[in-house]
Design a protein around this ligand. Structure first.
Ligand code: HEM
Length: 152
């Protein structure tokens, strides 16, 4: 991870939060969010009958090439200047609406603390090339090995 500048890292941690946004965009732990249609819904020429369950798939939303250029690339800079206060039509890592995740800010802080410790205290190298599979989530079927060393 390349920190843009020291002031950034020390104070607002702007870039760290861009890294976090990009991480939950690409490696979301939630394969689906479920809702129930309370009445017949017309959607793009289809009718979703009342009572049917609808599954929204955040990873599909997050890989939309119309919204995210090179959607499979890990690019924290795409979040530069973007203020995320909750969900948008194109970012639903923590859900949205009435059931929006209550753990969002806690999660962001946890990830920021983890990243801070990782970057400031350790060096690491990926060993070999793990097979990355993107189904509805992110999987490493053959494992993925990383060598960690405490910084001098
Ligand atoms: C990376 C971490 C996390 C992700 C990606 C995540 C994602 C989500 C999503 C997508 C929903 C919406 C579910 C829906 O609409 O049906 C949700 C709801 C919820 N999350 Fe999280 N979550 C995370 C961490 C946490 C943590 C750390 C907590 C608690 C400390 C938490 C507590 C909750 C609760 C209680 C709800 C239900 C809110 C409601 O129904 O009003 N989450 N989460």
């Amino acid at each position: 991870m390349i920190l843009k500048n020291q002031e950034d890292a020390d104070k607002s941690m702007t870039f760290t939060f861009q890294v976090i946004n990009e991480t939950v965009r690409l490696a979301n732990i939630v394969p689906g969010i479920f809702r129930k249609a309370l009445r017949d819904i017309q959607f793009k020429g289809y009718t979703i009958p009342a009572g049917w369950a609808v599954m929204v798939c955040p990873p599909a939303v997050h890989l939309n090439p119309a919204k995210y250029e090179y959607p499979l690339s890990f690019n924290p800079w795409r979040w530069e200047g973007v203020e995320l206060n909750g969900a948008t039509n194109h970012f639903i890592a923590f859900g949205g609406g009435l059931m929006f995740c209550v753990g969002t800010e806690f999660t962001r802080v946890q990830m920021a603390v983890f990243l801070h410790c990782l970057v400031t205290k350790y060096r690491w190298n990926a060993i070999g090339e793990g097979n990355i599979v993107r189904t509805r989530g992110l999987q490493f079927p053959d494992s993925f090995y990383v060598q960690m060393k405490v910084k001098d």
